[in-house]
Ligand binder design. Structure first.
Ligand code: SF4
Ligand code: SF4
Length: 489
């Protein structure tokens, strides 16, 4: 195999990269053929798990006590809360969401460094729903040959009936997709009842309509066009990958020169070079984006692995080893041609870097969640006036404080200040305890805003000073504090 030709010399056109791909090419209708195999099975399992999670997650209950919703995952827009099992995120803690997004991005980078566009091929929602829509189409309209034949047929009643049934099922899936989305924003069983009895808020119907339309259009009609022209990830990932990332690769060192089985057998008998590829085009027939993987890595290839299954089935039938198309690298193909050792490096600086960052960000988030306070205090100094001099010479500053009680019961808190020797603190409309500290009650899972006046009475000061506000939970003795400045002339 030392003299095996490169794909360019094999009559295969050069790989279409992000740079040399045309900006737009007229669409060719693709009718992918059904295939059975290891990667198809993995894809069915991923499809069932991801869609199962998406459609049924809102119905999982989570007991948070009497004053909190019992839905495991809930985006409570009305009360500005996000519930995720035992975690409750407040607006001030939006950094947890940022952390989650950073983790998701890093995981995507790691997946890309290990196995190229594995996200696109197995997990991307566009791939999953398109796969489901193809399955429906196949059940109702038949496999590739039948669909190709139907595409040329006149619109007779049976054809119209099949097409109508297919679009009806697609619309039902799309509608369910939109319906599941809104269930994440309200109590799911209640909203289902309201939707069924037409009592749900207009916004719920609006979003179901939008998502029904987008799912039906993107998965039913645009399909591979979304991956090729709309999605930025293929272009971004091309810049993030390297020569060690495993990609669905046609091993041209083994497959070429290709030819019909008969022709290649004859060549082999004469002692001439002949590859394992019998040019049956099965790998192209099953491809959901219509790619011929034998032309090399291409932008349109979503790395779904179905061509590997198709080719493995062919290899089985002709008694050759599987893996003519496999997860591999062009570098290794070249190495085999040049009779050099292959290099497989999943653990390398790039993957270690991403994995390290994932562990770091994940650890910070877990530590921060573990040390999370159930009480939050923020203070804002009055802008105008910054201070007031009273008739007895003392100086007064005004503040607005905000207290967040993240507990699920009502709590009473005492407010005090530190940093000024003779400071007296008053809360507008509040009661005081025996130590003259203002006392305030805050309802369960609620915030409270209050006006606070701090007066320096003991010795009028001439300079601004740092003032520390301390809030004490009277039930537990826990305290939180925050600092601001006490302004003076
Ligand atoms: S399925 Fe395999 S044998 Fe058939 S054309 Fe594709 S690479 Fe060649
Ligand atoms: S070439 Fe193979 S891996 Fe790429 S999209 Fe087509 S079937 Fe999937």
């Amino acid at each position: 195999m030392a003299d095996a030709p490169l794909p360019h010399a094999l009559g295969a056109t050069s790989p279409t990269t992000a740079e040399d791909a045309p900006l737009y090419a007229p669409r060719k209708q693709i009718h992918p053929q059904a295939v059975k195999g290891r990667y198809r099975t993995i894809k069915w399992i991923v499809l069932a798990v991801t869609l199962g999670v998406y459609y049924f997650l809102p119905f999982i209950r989570w007991d948070r006590g009497p004053n909190a919703p019992d839905q495991a995952i809930l985006v409570d827009l009305a009360n500005s809360r996000f519930y995720f099992f035992f975690i409750e995120i407040w607006p001030q803690e939006v950094y947890y969401i940022t952390g989650l997004l950073v983790l998701a991005a890093l995981t995507l980078f790691l997946m890309n460094a290990v196995a190229g566009r594995i996200w696109c091929g197995y997990l991307c929602p566009q791939t999953v729903w398109t796969d489901l829509f193809y399955a429906v189409e196949r059940i109702i309209e038949g496999d590739r040959r039948e669909r190709m034949r139907h595409a040329k047929e006149k619109l007779t009643l049976p054809v119209l009936g099949r097409k109508s049934l297919k679009h009806f099922v697609w619309l039902m899936i799309a509608w369910w997709t939109g319906g599941a989305w809104v269930l994440y924003f309200a109590d799911a069983p209640t909203l289902v009842y309201q939707l069924a009895t037409f009592q749900a808020p207009f916004v719920a119907y609006f979003w179901i309509g939008i998502l029904t339309f987008t799912t039906y259009t993107l998965a039913g009609f645009m399909r591979e066009q979304v991956c090729t022209y709309m999605c930025p990830w293929p272009r971004i990932q091309a810049a993030l990958t390297d020569e060690f990332a495993l990609n669905v690769t046609y091993r041209y060192d083994r497959g070429e020169p290709r030819g019909s089985m008969k022709k290649n057998q004859a060549l082999k008998l004469q002692g001439l070079p002949a590859g394992d590829c019998i040019d049956c085009d099965q790998c192209v027939a099953v491809c959901p984006t219509g790619v011929d993987i034998r032309k090399g890595l291409q932008l349109d290839c979503i790395q779904c692995g179905l061509c590997m299954d198709a080719c493995d089935n062919v290899m089985d039938k002709i008694g050759r080893p599987k893996g003519l198309i496999a997860y591999d690298t062009d570098m290794n193909v070249q190495a085999r041609i040049e009779v050099r050792p292959e290099m497989r490096r999943i653990v390398r600086p790039r993957t270690l870097f991403y994995a390290g960052l994932i562990v770091l960000v994940g650890s910070i988030m877990i530590a921060s969640l573990a040390m999370r306070q159930s009480l939050y205090l923020s203070v804002m100094h009055d802008r105008n006036p910054l201070f007031v001099r009273l008739s007895d010479g003392s100086i007064r500053n005004g503040f607005t404080i905000r207290i967040a009680n993240k507990n699920l019961d009502e709590r009473r808190y005492a407010l005090s200040v530190e940093g000024l020797r003779g400071a007296k603190v008053d809360m507008v409309g509040g009661e005081v305890d025996q130590q003259c500290r203002p006392i305030v009650s805050v309802g369960p899972d609620q915030t409270l805003e209050a006006r606070v006046l701090v007066t320096e009475t003991a010795s009028p000061i001439e300079e601004s000073a740092v003032l520390r506000f301390v809030l004490t939970d009277l039930a537990t003795g826990n305290t939180v504090s925050t600092s601001d400045h006490f302004k003076a002339p």
